[in-house]
Design a protein around this ligand. Structure first.
Ligand SMILES: *Cc1c(COP(=O)(O)O)cnc(C)c1O
Length: 417
């Protein structure tokens, strides 16, 4: 269970809306900081533990700076995300570049910034070497494929995922890289997504410890960096529960002590690349009800659309919805809450029991702080919304303005028309 609350009153949000019209995304600064501190503290037993925030989840430099101050690094997978790191002042091993199908310019930029390069495939060794020097530190991404079966049925089906290398390729890649003079090695994997069962996450860590131990036995390589990827889940539904970081940490510690410590690998840096778990629950999409219609079903039309939050339309994801000022009102109406795209999947909620909604009501869509604004798009000429940061004292900073039609048309030269 988790209680879905909002960090502002109706009066507060209406005064924010008076300055910044809906729709917008608003992030709760204090809640993000408290949350990431809790995660880092849970792993204080681990030497040099690092959370690398998956920039794609919320690529806003102000959020990155906030996290940077807490000792959080950045997990990047594109040129734009690397450039954002440069602007924020994140560099060196505070960046892990976990990309796939990577153009060389992106490897090059990542190496310029001193990032830890995480190779998605064994073919990347030749690909990089033909174009320039290899970095001295290399991490390899592992895809256990069907080998994971029997371990834990919570973990999905990695053999269907495009990422990473097979077990054999990991050993081959490290052998080749060692011959070529690479001297520092890491291992990465990401086999779960939005995982709410702590055992699935612990099992991933155990699998990686065992792999690191085998790499040492077979190749004489001491793994210095282990990255468990992202994937800590978010309880989107009120009946679901948050992952308990202390429980996660204790489970991982147990296997670390049993597998890594006896190998002399106690100094290995452990890390996560969580995005969703860090900002997801603390970002809200705020929108106004502007229409209602009654046909075969009851509809509420809002001024946000799937262009502001793609998850419900793309994955059928559930997002909790609050109607400001009606938090305690009986949920005696059943609505589809929809945006204005000419796509019938543009619905924030389907057959949802809610209090009666009238035009002008403020609706808050919860858990939109990761893979929310960042997945925004311009279909139907919809403009991406503003992003606001709500401070602990109730004040607000606009950390990205809303797009304008001029932004949308900026790439068209109308003079040749
Ligand atoms: C998407 C992604 C993440 C972040 O996933 P979350 O679900 O936001 O935790 C981390 N690492 C890699 C390589 C990813 O592709």
């Amino acid at each position: 269970m988790n209680k879905k609350t909002v960090p502002f009153t109706e009066e507060q949000i209406r005064s924010i809306i008076a300055k910044y019209p809906t729709p917008f995304h608003i992030y709760d600064e204090k809640a993000i900081v408290d949350n990431v501190r809790k995660l880092i503290k849970a792993f204080d037993w681990a030497h040099d533990f690092k959370e690398y925030f998956a920039v794609k989840a919320a690529p806003n430099p102000y959020l990155m700076r906030l996290l940077q101050k807490e000792g959080v690094g950045a997990d990047c997978s594109s040129m734009a995300e690397l450039e954002l790191c440069d602007k924020v002042g994140i560099s060196g091993h505070d960046i892990v570049f976990s990309s796939n199908d990577t153009p060389y310019e992106e490897f090059k930029r990542a190496m310029e910034l001193g990032a830890l390069i995480n190779l998605d495939d064994i073919s990347m060794i030749d690909f990089m070497e033909q174009r320039g020097p290899l970095p001295d530190w290399i991490c390899a991404r592992y895809n256990p494929g069907p080998l994971l079966q029997g371990g834990n049925d919570i973990i999905g089906t990695p053999e269907e995922a495009k990422y990473g290398m097979t077990r054999e390729q990991i050993f081959d890649a490290f052998r080749i890289l060692k011959e070529k003079g690479v001297s520092h090695f890491g291992l990465h994997t990401m086999v779960v997504s939005n995982e709410l069962q702590v055992t699935g996450l612990i099992h991933t860590a155990k699998m990686m410890f065992e792999l690191a131990a085998e790499v040492q036995e077979l190749l004489g390589i001491d793994i210095e960096f282990l990255d468990f990827g992202g994937g800590i889940g978010l309880p989107y539904r009120p009946e679901e529960s948050f992952i308990d970081y202390d429980e996660l940490s204790a489970g991982i510690k147990q296997y670390f002590e049993a597998i890594m410590v006896p190998k002399g690998l106690e100094k290995c840096r452990l890390s996560f690349e969580c995005g969703r778990a860090i900002t997801g629950p603390y970002g809200y999409l705020v929108t106004t009800a502007i229409h209602h219609k009654h046909i075969w079903k009851e509809y509420i039309g809002v001024d946000a659309s799937m262009a502001n939050l793609m998850r419900p339309g793309m994955y059928g994801s559930y997002h909790y919805l609050s109607v400001m000022g009606k938090e305690d009102a009986p949920k005696d109406h059943v609505y589809d809450v929809v945006g204005s795209l000419c796509e019938n999947c543009d619905k924030f909620a389907v057959d949802r029991s809610l209090p009666e909604i009238v035009d002008g009501d403020i609706l808050v869509i919860h858990d939109a702080g990761a893979h929310g604004h960042s997945m925004g798009f311009n279909y139907n000429g919809k403009l991406r919304s503003a992003e606001l940061l709500l401070h602990a004292d109730g004040t607000v900073t606009q950390i990205r303005r809303a797009e304008t039609l001029d932004d949308l048309f900026a790439t068209i030269d109308f003079s040749n028309l």
